[in-house]
Structures are given as C-alpha cells and as structure tokens.
Design a protein around this ligand. Structure first.
Ligand SMILES: [Zn+2]
Length: 138
C-alpha cells in the first residue's frame, strides 16, 4: 500500500530501531510507495513513511529492480566524490560526499545475512537511505 511521505525533520532525525520479521508489511508498503513515486524518487527509508525501523528500498541500476534491505550497515567505502542529492522528505538538494564503491551488510526478508558490494548510482542511493536509518538528513 502506498503511504504518505513524512516531512517532520524531528521524527526523521531519530536513529531507526532494528527491523524484525514483524516489519515485513512495512517493507511492502515502502516498495509500493517507491514505485508510486518512481518518476522522482529512487530510494526510500522506512522512517520516510512514518515507521522508525531500519529498512530501505532502492532502485538497483544494474539489476533493474527494486531491492530491499533490513538493518543495513556499510562495512567499507572507497573512491569519494561530491554528489548532489534531493530527498522526497526535504524540499531541497544538497551537496554531499559519497563513495563510488561500498560494501554493505544487510538482512533479507528471511533475516538471512548478506554482504554485497555496490557501485556508482546504486551505491549512492543506498548511502542516502542508510543515512536516513541513522537519522541523518542530507
Ligand atoms: Zn532522503
């Protein structure tokens, strides 16, 4: 189900709580909300739809699909660059340092752990959404 995008910066500045198997519906709603906004949005974190859990969805440019992660953590990052990013929750674009290659540890919807590398556009989207999970607004 498509959900409304939250713009309350106090709510969005909280660090997300760990996601559990009870949060699968939130992940489904997050995916639906991303697809409904796909003309202007390539990633979302659960707090952007009002659920303060560490769940993200993102457009994967290599696989051409919407990926999802539960409890993602960046383990390694390489090749910094200055990116310009917008955010559905903030009516502005901001310059930010990102990394072209990242290694992320996360859980899938069966809560099995994965470690995977991402690069370029996909990596940038994932970094933005993991920032949301940490209460960081760009
Ligand atoms: Zn954002």
């Amino acid at each position: 189900m498509k959900r409304e995008i939250i713009k309350d910066t106090a709510f969005l500045s909280q660090v997300a709580e760990p996601a559990t198997k009870k949060d699968l519906k939130t992940a489904d709603d997050l995916r639906d909300t991303l697809i409904a906004n796909s003309d202007r949005c390539v990633g979302l974190a659960a707090n952007m739809i009002g659920v303060n859990k560490a769940i993200i969805v993102y457009y994967d440019y290599d696989l051409n699909l919407v990926g999802e992660m539960f409890n993602p953590v960046i383990l390694n990052k390489k090749s910094p660059f200055q990116g310009k990013e917008g955010c559905l929750s903030l009516d502005r674009t901001t310059e930010v340092t990102r990394y072209r290659r990242i290694i992320v540890q996360y859980e899938d919807r069966n809560f099995e752990e994965h470690v995977h590398s991402f690069h370029d556009n996909t990596a940038q989207v994932i970094q933005h959404e993991i920032d949301h999970c940490n209460g960081i607004l760009v």
